[in-house]
Design a binder for this molecule. Sequence first.
Ligand SMILES: Nc1ncnc2c1ncn2[C@@H]1O[C@H](COP(=O)(O)OP(=O)(O)OP(=O)(O)O)[C@@H](O)[C@H]1O
Ligand SMILES: [Mg+2]
Length: 198
Amino acid sequence: MFIVFEGIDGSGKGTQARMLADHLIRKGKKIVLTEEPTKELFTGYFTRIILRSKDTPHPRTIALMMAADRNEHVEKVIRPALEAGEIVISERYYWSSFVYQSLQGVSDDFLNYINREFPKPDITILIDIDPETAMERIIGRAHGNDGLVQQFERLEFLRKLRRKYLEIARKEGFLVVDGSGTPKEVHTRVVAALEGYW
Ligand SMILES: Nc1ncnc2c1ncn2[C@@H]1O[C@H](COP(=O)(O)OP(=O)(O)OP(=O)(O)O)[C@@H](O)[C@H]1O
Ligand SMILES: [Mg+2]
């Protein structure tokens, strides 16, 4: 069973992925909790460095780097765990490319092509949250005007991301979970949404 959490920055994906993993471990399931960009593979290491650098790569280059990291992730972590009968929970997967790189102008054809060999998740859970709440969770209150302008631009981008996520969710049949409220409240919704899958 391959479960993916998606959502805009600060939506609570990581928090919910961990809480679901703990919940399933308590039920005696074997869980592999993982994320993209990867933390332990060299491809993820390079991707994270380059994403933070000032020499911003072209969006298609980012898509290719994400796909390279995903290929390592799939072949070294995800596929072996699935073959061993374990439950894989990943924070982000190729849907993130279809949202972020698509908004950066990369064509769906290109994204489809470079991601076409990867296994499809059994369940994708979209943690849906309004961008204002997500921003508050990430950075708290603004200090000074520069901060406010930057936040506003960021907020605009988060709005576009959310719209794109909801569009794909409808098309692909994601479980869309309301991400507002406390982590525990969201977790209860996640468990309820998954009811019937096992
Ligand atoms: N329901 C919640 N209520 C309040 N704060 C939360 C909630 N869920 C998560 N947080 C906090 O908000 C921040 C962002 O959460 P988290 O890291 O889980 O989001 P994320 O979607 O994984 O973000 P990123 O895209 O940056 O990886 C963290 O500091 C986390 O502790
Ligand atoms: Mg996270």
